[in-house]
Design a protein around this ligand. Structure first.
Ligand SMILES: [Zn+2]
Length: 68
């Protein structure tokens, strides 16, 4: 008897493991709530957050260190 091969990880689960920190805030582009993945207008979840969301997250998490 051999060990069964590992089950393929569902894409949705994999997306949660690789959750981008930008998903901690709502997306200003697609209106996805905080901790939820970005989605298209048709409701399809995107593996990566919208650039506007990462920009918003970066703006929150960067202090005035760039303010020279
Ligand atoms: Zn989005």
């Amino acid at each position: 008897m051999t060990t069964p091969p590992p089950a393929p990880m569902p894409a949705a689960l994999r997306a949660q493991l690789n959750r981008h920190p930008a998903q901690q805030i709502p997306c200003p582009f697609c209106r996805a709530p905080a901790r939820a993945a970005c989605a298209t207008a048709t409701g399809r979840r995107l593996p990566n957050p919208h650039p506007a969301r990462t920009d918003a997250w970066n703006a929150r998490h960067t202090t005035e260190e760039t303010h020279t």
